[in-house]
Design a protein around this ligand. Structure first.
Ligand code: ATP
Ligand code: MG
Length: 438
């Protein structure tokens, strides 16, 4: 008999098959038992009719506890009443692994309890759906970069010096020397772009974020891309196409997960069909000022030169209703390597992409400074030591070219596409200010 996964049901309608699964829930009467099953690929129903199976099988069905692992034998049937569309008419049940007192019951649980049981919480239908969306985004990302001629180039995670923001660094001991966990692969990726052309990396990065927000993890996965001979405008076009491709990938390959989460897919489709908005930082500040007295706004007043808080970002992206690039931020609160706007050294050629619906910044990117002397001076002005950046400065000595790149926070993207409240649900085992277990 063939062992199948329920996700492949379509090919097996009418056949008797075996499926390894867990009991998510169960309901039974004297004559029939409904097993809510999950086999990792999907949640589905198994029906055990007393009159059609041996007494022993029916007793087993009635005795099954939540999360008991079973090998089910039965016939795959179409089930037009359920969302999933298929069910299994059970003829035999073999218990593979017992389960007693599974701590997460169908009743409501508090967040801390669920987080303490993250290793088990991952089995719930909502968490299952979010992980499926995460997976669809990862695959869509690889597809997009492959189709656009990008080579995967892996940046190191351990580094001997503090590249960007020294306050958010995790330090570790490297054979008696201090070493730091990577906050971004970008600087290394620039070296890659000069060697291989279009490059991307995808890996974990670490930031000692000391504030508790719904959008910050201390360990998250970043997709970074870097490409030579482009300006920032061209980079924005590519970023827009990339984000749309990721949303499309989820619509194509994880529609059932979006459905399980009751995500509004018309809205996601609209983000694909509508051009993203591009607004300069200064125009955004002016817009915020113009609307700050409106009845339905409650953000703080900002002057030109101030940084946005999350209420400002939320308001701006809701105002436009589509993902919005805020371009040309003040140089003072962006990284040292960004190239100034020609004729305006106070502003840099960069953009943050704000997701609509209050999901915050999902991408940060910029055109990089190409001039050796200017870059060296900026390193000094930012209070950094040019000695630590010798290799990076070399890239400006030997055939320096205009180049730009961007970084996407995978979990921010997952949160946005899945429509989940908090970023902690967008990664299997979240690391947060107060949590490094399980
Ligand atoms: P923020 O202002 O939200 O802290 P940032 O300006 O520090 O973001 P970048 O350094 O530009 O972010 O990093 C690139 C991308 O990485 C961001 O657009 C975001 O998607 C993601 N990101 C940044 N910090 C975090 C974090 N702590 N947890 C999860 N994702 C993050
Ligand atoms: Mg930050």
């Amino acid at each position: 008999m063939e062992k199948i996964r329920i996700i492949d049901s379509k090919k097996h309608v009418g056949e008797t098959v075996q499926i390894g699964a867990w009991i998510a829930n169960k309901r039974s009467s004297g004559k029939i038992a409904f097993l809510q099953l999950r086999d990792g690929t999907a949640f589905f129903q198994g029906i055990v009719v007393k009159a059609e199976v041996s007494e022993e099988v029916f007793e087993t069905a009635k005795s099954l506890n939540q999360e008991t692992a079973v090998m089910i034998t039965g016939e795959i049937r179409e089930d037009s009443r359920s969302k999933f569309g298929f069910e299994i008419g059970v003829t035999d049940i073999e218990i593979v692994g017992e389960s007693k007192d599974f701590p997460i019951t169908p009743k409501e649980h508090g967040t801390e309890f669920l987080m303490d049981n993250r290793h088990l919480w991952l089995r719930s239908s909502k968490q299952h759906a979010v992980m499926q969306i995460r997976n669809a985004i990862i695959y869509a990302s690889y597809d997009f970069f492959a189709e656009n001629g990008f080579i995967k180039f892996d940046s190191p995670i351990l580094s001997g010096n503090a590249a960007e923001n020294t306050t958010e660094l995790f330090e570790t001991d490297y054979f008696g020397q201090p070493a730091f966990l990577s906050q971004s692969g970008q600087l290394y990726l620039e070296a890659g772009a000069m060697a291989l052309g279009r490059v991307f990396d995808f890996g974990p990065v670490f930031r000692a974020e000391k504030s508790k927000t719904r959008r910050h993890l201390t360990e998250f996965w970043m997709m970074d891309a870097e490409y030579p001979f482009v300006t920032h405008d061209e980079s924005l076009d590519l970023q827009e196409a990339y984000i749309k491709a990721l949303i499309q990938g989820v619509l194509d390959n994880a529609a059932f997960a979006l459905d399980a989460l009751e995500r509004d897919t018309d809205l996601l489709q609209k983000y694909i069909d509508t051009p993203f908005k591009r607004v300069s930082y200064d125009d955004a500040i002016t817009l915020l000022q113009e609307h700050e007295a409106d009845e339905d706004t409650d953000y703080e007043h900002l002057e030109h030169g101030d940084d946005f808080g999350s209420p400002h970002e939320t308001w701006i992206s809701n105002f436009y209703g589509v993902p919005t690039f805020i371009i040309n931020y003040p140089a003072s609160f962006k990284a040292f390597y960004m190239k100034p706007v020609p004729g305006n050294p106070e502003r840099v050629l960069c953009a943050d992409l704000l997701a609509p619906e209050g999901y915050g910044e999902i991408v940060g990117g910029s055109e990089r400074e190409t001039d050796y002397d200017v870059l060296r001076q900026k390193i000094i002005d930012f209070g950094l030591d040019p000695k630590d950046y010798e290799w990076y400065l070399d890239l400006r000595k030997f055939g320096s070219v205009p180049h730009a790149g961007f970084g996407l926070g995978l979990e921010r993207m997952v949160t946005f596409v899945a429509g989940t409240e908090h970023i902690r649900e967008a990664i299997p085992f979240p690391r947060l200010l107060n949590r490094i277990e399980p």
